[in-house]
Design a binder for this molecule. Structure first.
Ligand code: S3P
Length: 169
């Protein structure tokens, strides 16, 4: 079985995926890292040189490629992956998916120091960031809520979250 971790930016998808993969002795694949490796460019560079539409097209193609792999693995997605095209249907059809649900405050506290690495929020001033997150998270929740399971990540350690995910198998 493939396990897919999804959720908003800074919800902990990669860190949680790595620990879960170690515990289950499965391969871990971070979709953003996979895209960067295949495209030979950072996500920020892809956005600035080729644009978001190109990124979303490649994101869907690479997602499909990973979901088609024959082996079981843990895949952590980008925050927007489930929200474009028929990506969420693909995810539902070929994996067990977990929504790592973070509150607006949790996301804001984590993201405020890391905006420069994320093209979607890189140009949003700190004074507007919380409002942006609230609106964007609301729009995306309709997709995230389709995941098979939802695990709240607020005020929990990575170990606690991974324990909770394992208890849901
Ligand atoms: C994005 C989230 C990023 C990355 C890209 C777009 C999004 O991944 O895929 O910058 O649309 O939310 P993280 O969720 O790992 O930051």
């Amino acid at each position: 079985m493939k396990i897919v971790l999804l959720g908003y930016m800074a919800s902990g998808k990669s860190a949680i995926g790595k620990l879960l993969a170690t515990r289950l002795n499965l391969q871990f694949i971070d979709l953003d890292f996979y895209i960067e490796t295949c495209e030979g460019q950072s996500i920020s560079k892809i956005f600035s040189s080729k644009g978001e539409i190109y990124f979303r097209k490649k994101e869907s193609e690479y997602l499909q490629e990973l979901l088609d792999l024959n082996n079981d693995c843990i895949i952590s997605l980008g925050g927007g992956t489930p929200c474009y095209g028929n990506n969420m249907d693909l995810i539902k059809n070929s994996s067990k998916s977990f929504y790592l649900k973070a509150s607006i405050n949790t996301i804001f506290e984590r993201l405020k120091n890391e905006t420069s690495e994320r093209p979607l929020v890189a140009t949003i001033g700190i004074e507007n960031l919380k409002e942006y997150i609230a609106k964007h998270l609301f729009e995306r929740s309709a997709f995230y809520d389709k995941a098979d399971e939802t695990v709240s990540v607020n005020e929990k350690s990575i170990i606690q979250i991974v324990d909770e995910i394992q208890a849901l198998f």
